[in-house]
Design a protein around this ligand. Structure first.
Ligand SMILES: C[S@@+](CC[C@H](N)C(=O)[O-])C[C@H]1O[C@@H](n2cnc3c(N)ncnc32)[C@H](O)[C@@H]1O
Length: 287
């Protein structure tokens, strides 16, 4: 299987040349590339689905492969944050089905007693509340939630793991500015992705390598995970006309938090994931 062909197909998608991409994907899908088959299918179907539409694919993705040690480290890291800061109230943004939150609460010696979660996907939220009915669950995007905050809304700590990348940069900045006076501290976990020039050969090659490696970790579930989660996620990153994911290097997250008024921003390494290193950013709101 040639990663060069997959990389060429990604470059064609970035350039908006889906027909060229389809030709390149046909060549490489016959050679056993899991991502080529998944992308070909997505392009043939019109590729309108979002990365979280097929909740079962995302839930399978985060429960196997390299995600097992990644989430174990994320849980340990967040539990250490709770034990050190001792927040009484916690807000989790983009909680998914609680794969990061629930183990962190269980591992901590001093977990927050009062937990609010904000998650727009109804299926993922229902999966979380079925296990933790005591959590206050808000079915909304961060942007809508932040715009609805009132004077008395206040949390000691807000956290978000791998979710802020799903919010478009301008809307995200606006939401973080609105949120800041309502939280004492903010802790986010995101990947320190390589800083590669948009539409460069290096960008396509890096994405081809990282996605194919991720897909290859899923054995019998590879088709489900690649078709239902990885392909829509990848298309959301590289389609300039219809983006739905905005990962960025940690240095850019630091600038963004500072720009939104957060101070005393600290960075801690969480786990070396195959995708990129996962890092914790903790910041004070001054509020
Ligand atoms: C990679 S998942 C992470 C889920 C969870 N935090 C975890 O670590 O397993 C990204 C989550 O962000 C949610 N999301 C997508 N758009 C969002 C938005 N605009 N505001 C808040 N959450 C969003 C998705 O529904 C999904 O649950």
């Amino acid at each position: 299987m040639s990663l060069n062909d997959l990389s060429a197909a990604l470059a064609a998608i970035v350039a908006g040349r889906d027909d060229d991409a389809t030709h390149a994907l046909r060549r490489v899908s016959g050679d056993g590339s899991i991502m080529a088959r998944a992308l070909l299918h997505a392009l043939n179907d019109g590729a309108t689905g979002g990365a979280y539409d097929e909740a079962a694919a995302f839930q399978t993705f985060i429960r196997a492969g390299g995600n097992v040690p990644l989430y174990a480290s994320v849980g340990d890291t967040l539990a250490a944050v709770y034990d050190e800061r001792r927040p009484a109230t916690l807000l989790d943004i983009g909680t998914g089905d609680g794969m990061a939150l629930l183990p962190a609460l269980a591992k901590a010696s001093h977990p927050p007693a009062d937990v609010t979660v904000v998650e727009p996907h109804p299926g993922l939220l229902a999966s979380l509340t079925a296990r933790r009915p005591d959590v206050r669950a808000i079915a909304a995007t961060l942007e809508a939630f932040a715009a609805s905050l009132t004077e008395n809304d206040r949390w000691d700590l807000a956290q978000s793991t791998f979710a802020l990348q799903s919010v478009a940069p301008e809307a995200r900045r606006e939401a973080l500015r609105l949120l800041r006076p309502h939280v004492g501290e903010l802790a986010i976990v995101e990947f320190d992705v390589p800083d590669l020039a948009w539409a460069s050969d290096e960008m396509s090659a890096s994405l081809a390598r990282r996605y194919e490696r991720a897909a290859s970790e899923y054995g019998a579930d590879a088709e489900l995970v690649a078709g239902g989660f990885l392909a829509p996620m990848l298309l959301g990153q590289i389609r300039a006309a219809r983006p739905s994911n905005w990962e960025q290097p940690i240095a850019a997250w630091i600038d963004e938090l500072r720009d939104c008024g957060f101070v005393r921003i600290y960075v801690e390494h969480v786990h070396d994931y195959s995708w990129a290193p996962a890092m914790l950013l903790s910041a004070s709101s001054q509020a």
